[in-house]
Ligand binder design. Structure first.
Ligand code: XMP
Length: 520
């Protein structure tokens, strides 16, 4: 529950895959919202939360199934505007006296076209100007009889009640999903809805910062917190925010496994220890990791060695802080939206690399996760708000196992050194050409193969490397970045001239799938 008061919108989640996108659209409108699973929302909850408006999400269930999710009856007596989406529409209709039937041949999945009746409806202002709009549907059941007071404002071939409303009560319902990309102008619906509900757009990153700080103080009290810093954006922003909230109660642990990029360890230490004045343990464990990896070439074995050692090292250093009760993590919203399970409330799964391999359970620690409600780009915005330098905030993702998975075959110190230098030249090229922000991730992989070359009048026998650059929205799928030949040629020349040990440069043009972004 929030501590600072803002106009608040409540999203009641029935378990749709895209509920988070509703929150996203509202954030874009500077509206503060919270998503809560339907099981949690009863009359008392509604009273405490005091929403200015409510949105009912979609969900995978059928209202015709016994025991399927419902909204609390008290909701409809609150006197606040309600927007009900897909399953939410069916719930609202049924609870208010309408009817839903299983769609015999009326299921609709994917793109559909909705036409509006020529009746004016405030929530459709500036939308459906030509009477027809593309929307995205995903439903098996359909509303078949409207609840008293409702009227129909839009239909699609398979959804006769695609848009319905009872304007006198400000109850609105749509069968489609206005929050997804494939409803190209759907944002307009949310804009109209929050406007008519009286939101002023007072929810900014500055407000989030204030609120998160208050919440951290309340959660932590005077206990100690430790935070694993990786040098990545998420853990860095989390650390700066928590430090702002509780100062010296926070200690950061930065494990240097010897697989970082050029200058990275120094950068992290300088920034956090010197600039932010944070208590920081710089665990220089390069020897430990590189010795354990010596002679290993199997990708999974390498990952396991690094993962296991990381936990041990982190645990040891964290213990030296003494009595820390909380572990801070930069978990983001997309990591926690495994969302609602119908049996037991929200089921949260944190990706293994985010919870540093089960550390919280092992160390009996409670979690502080101040970024849990943010999307990646919002974390960057918060980082800027907190004064982190742009070069840091806008960084490409970097994997936990570091350069180990960019060094196929056996890892040796000289190879890592060559890789670091080549990577630094490549990234410098990308920045110089103004391409850094267009690319999701770019790096060099050093290949376990030597090739013959000629430099000056001499023969060389050095490593080959591969450049990788991809575009992606979430790292799940990716495409290679279409550099110009001039760029590639110039970069290859620079790497070979500036990095001793490499005499051949290739460009990896594999998409994901079938490739992965990293080489291992
Ligand atoms: P792949 O190679 O699977 O990578 O296409 C997808 C994204 O995940 C990153 N990655 C990792 N990040 N720990 C991490 O923190 C890991 O073990 C790990 N493996 C891959 C990768 O850099 C890319 O952004």
């Amino acid at each position: 529950m929030s501590i600072i008061s803002h106009d608040r919108l409540l999203i009641i989640d029935f378990g749709s895959q895209v509920t988070q996108l509703i929150a996203r659209r509202l954030r874009e409108l500077n509206v503060y919202c919270e998503i809560h699973p339907f099981q949690k929302v009863d009359a008392a909850f509604l009273r405490d939360f005091a929403p200015k408006a409510v949105i009912l999400s979609g969900g995978p269930a059928s209202v015709l199934t016994e025991g399927s999710p419902r909204a609390p009856e008290a909701l409809f007596g609150l006197g606040v505007p309600i927007l009900a989406i897909c399953y939410g529409q069916q719930v609202m209709m049924q609870q208010l006296g309408g009817q839903v039937t299983r769609g015999h041949g009326t299921a609709e999945f994917g793109r559909a076209y909705v036409t509006t009746a020529h009746k004016k409806l405030d929530i459709l202002d500036g939308w459906f100007e030509n009477g027809l709009e593309q929307v995205w549907m995903s439903h098996g059941d359909n509303v078949s009889k409207l609840a008293p007071g409702f009227d129909v404002y839009g239909t699609s071939p398979n959804a006769p009640y695609a848009i319905t409303a009872d304007p006198s009560r400000h109850f609105y319902a749509v069968q489609f999903h206005p929050e997804v990309h494939h409803t190209p102008n759907g944002a307009k619906l949310y804009e109209n809805f929050v406007k008519l509900a009286g939101f002023t757009g007072d929810w900014t990153m500055g407000a989030y910062r204030e609120q998160a700080i208050a919440a951290i103080r309340e959660q932590v009290g005077d206990a100690k917190v430790i935070c694993g810093l990786s040098g990545g954006v998420d853990s860095s922003v989390a650390a700066v925010l928590i430090h702002e909230a509780i100062g010296e109660q926070l200690t950061c642990v930065f494990v240097d496994h010897g697989l970082l990029r050029q200058g990275e360890a120094e950068e992290v230490v300088t920034m956090f220890r010197d600039h932010y004045n944070m208590p920081l343990i710089h665990a220089d464990e390069q020897d430990l990791f590189l010795t354990a990896l010596d002679g290993q070439s199997d990708p999974e074995t390498k990952r396991k060695i690094i993962g296991k050692l990381f936990i041990e090292v982190f645990e040891n250093h964290a213990k030296s802080v003494g009595g820390a009760k909380f572990l801070a993590q930069g978990t983001l919203y997309p990591d926690v939206i495994e969302s609602v399970s119908f049996s037991g409330g929200p089921s949260v799964t944190i990706k293994s690399h985010h919870n540093v391999g089960g550390l919280p359970e092992r160390m009996h620690m409670k979690l502080v996760e101040p970024l849990r409600e943010l999307f990646k780009d919002e974390v960057r915005e918060l980082g800027r708000e907190l004064g982190l330098p742009e070069s840091f905030v806008g960084r490409h993702p970097f994997p936990g196992p570091g350069l180990a998975i960019r060094c196929p075959g056996k890892i040796t110190r000289p190879k890592l050194e060559i890789l670091r230098k080549a990577d630094a030249v490549y990234i410098d090229q990308i920045r110089k050409h103004g391409l850094y922000d267009e690319i999701w991730q770019a790096f060099v992989a050093i290949l376990p193969v030597r090739t013959v070359g000629v430099m000056g009048d001499g023969r060389t026998y050095d490593y080959a490397c591969a450049l990788r650059a991809v575009t992606s929205v979430d790292g799940m799928t990716a495409d290679y970045y279409p550099f110009t030949h001039d760029f590639l040629g110039e970069t290859a020349t620079r790497i070979i001239n500036e990095v001793e040990g490499i005499n051949r440069v290739t460009y990896d043009i594999t998409s994901k799938p079938p490739g992965t972004i990293e080489w291992e």
